[in-house]
Design a protein around this ligand. Structure first.
Ligand code: WQD
Length: 358
């Protein structure tokens, strides 16, 4: 019997890539997405990629009525939950929206799952739950904190799920702490196309490479890193998608809850990303240094050994492949799609003067 999966946010960046891998793994998948941050053409492209009709329901995951309808119409074995807001800077600008989307909606989803006896969930968490890390690389048992409302919303979601799986018989959750997703599907048909500019680095670098923005603003050049710019653990979105399927397999086969980092286990700086993107695109990428961005940490990269041990997961793609696949997407599949308003980063609050040194 083929397992049935509800994929919330399945038309989004990571969700759409996970959809492809789920179908390839033999799962039946229904996408639920409100398309607030996803292009309407994505389901058609997913059909092109998988050769199968796409089942999609346009709805907000916080809409209890819509959730009951979709659960009543299908016999789901598990939920893979992506539908949430994820921009660190935007969470500083409007924290209430993040708690509504990332917490209230999660509780509504879990109530619907309970009502329909669906007790397996893969949950998108984030490296931001580590706050400003005390040591690198970051293992799962590192102290948890937050430096922005986005990180707090993810931490609260994790805590609630941990409480649920401990107190409710039969429940199991895969909590996946993403580091920095980047890149795109090798076909160039799907990729990162934020409808609102979340301020993520690689899409902005790509826009500068395409001549759609004059330059990249580099937030901070005085961090304690090799070149003074922020370091992050970039992980290819196709590797991230694979990690979700491995988490889901563990939940369905063994009913075993787990919390793991999904990262490459090494960090790249902002300037590393810009230089690699220049090599890949053949375009010079102009940049200007600006004050540090509030909510940012100096450096963050994962200890990926738990995901390897528990899931057998390994992120195989490197930064060059992330930039190559991003550039292919930006210059083929993304051409002509909606572009977010030109990003004016200065309205993001600058970080306070204190130094977040490692
Ligand atoms: C990366 C680096 C910035 C933009 C992300 C996701 C978040 C979560 C955690 C999944 C930092 C610098 C950026 C720019 C810059 N992922 N930068 N100029 O903040 O690490 O958070 O990972 O859950 O959803 O947003 O990612 O791409 O915004 O920043 O200098 O215009 O690039 O300071 O060092 P971040 P990011």
């Amino acid at each position: 019997m083929t397992a049935q999966i509800l994929l919330t946010g399945g038309a989004g960046f990571i969700g759409s890539h996970t959809y492809v891998v789920l179908i390839e793994a033999g799962y039946d998948v229904v996408i639920l997405d409100d398309f607030s941050n996803a292009e309407v053409c994505v389901p058609d492209r997913l059909e092109q990629l998988t050769g199968k009709p796409v089942q999609v329901m346009k709805a907000d995951v916080s809409d209890a009525k819509a959730l009951n309808a979709v659960f009543a119409a299908h016999c789901f074995d598990a939920v893979v939950h992506f539908a949430a807001r994820k921009s660190v800077p935007q969470s500083l600008a409007s924290p209430e929206a993040f708690f509504s989307s990332n917490i209230t909606a999660l509780l509504t989803l879990l109530e619907a799952m309970e009502r329909h006896h669906v007790k397996r969930i893969v949950y998108s968490s984030s490296a931001t739950v580590y706050g400003a890390p005390e040591a690198l690389p970051i293992p799962e048992h590192a102290p948890l904190s937050y430096t922005n409302p986005y990180g707090l919303s993810k931490l609260m979601g994790e805590q609630y799920l941990n409480q649920k799986t401990r107190s409710k018989r039969g429940w199991a959750a895969g909590i996946l702490r993403y580091f920095n997703p980047a890149g795109a599907h090798p076909s160039g048909l799907i990729g990162e196309a934020p409808l609102s500019n979340g301020g993520n680095l690689m899409p902005l670098v790509a826009q500068v490479a395409k001549g759609e923005l004059p330059c990249v603003h580099i937030y901070g050049r005085d961090y304690g890193t090799h070149d003074g710019t922020g370091i992050r653990d970039y992980i290819h979105v196709c590797d991230l998608a694979q990690g979700h399927v491995q988490s889901l397999n563990l939940l369905l086969q063994q009913g075993r809850s787990h919390t793991v980092n999904l990262g490459k286990g090494r960090g790249y700086s902002v300037l590393d990303v810009i230089k690699t993107y220049e090599n890949v695109s053949g375009q010079q990428i102009a940049y200007r240094f600006k004050p540090r961005r509030a909510g940012d940490v100096a450096a963050s990269f994962s200890d990926p050994s738990m995901a390897a041990a528990v899931l057998g997961f390994e992120a195989r793609h490197n930064l060059l492949e992330m930039c190559q696949s991003s550039w292919r997407w930006e210059t083929t599949g993304r051409m002509g799609l909606h572009r977010p308003a030109a990003f004016i980063p200065d309205h993001f609050p600058a970080a306070p003067a204190q130094h977040l040194q490692l």
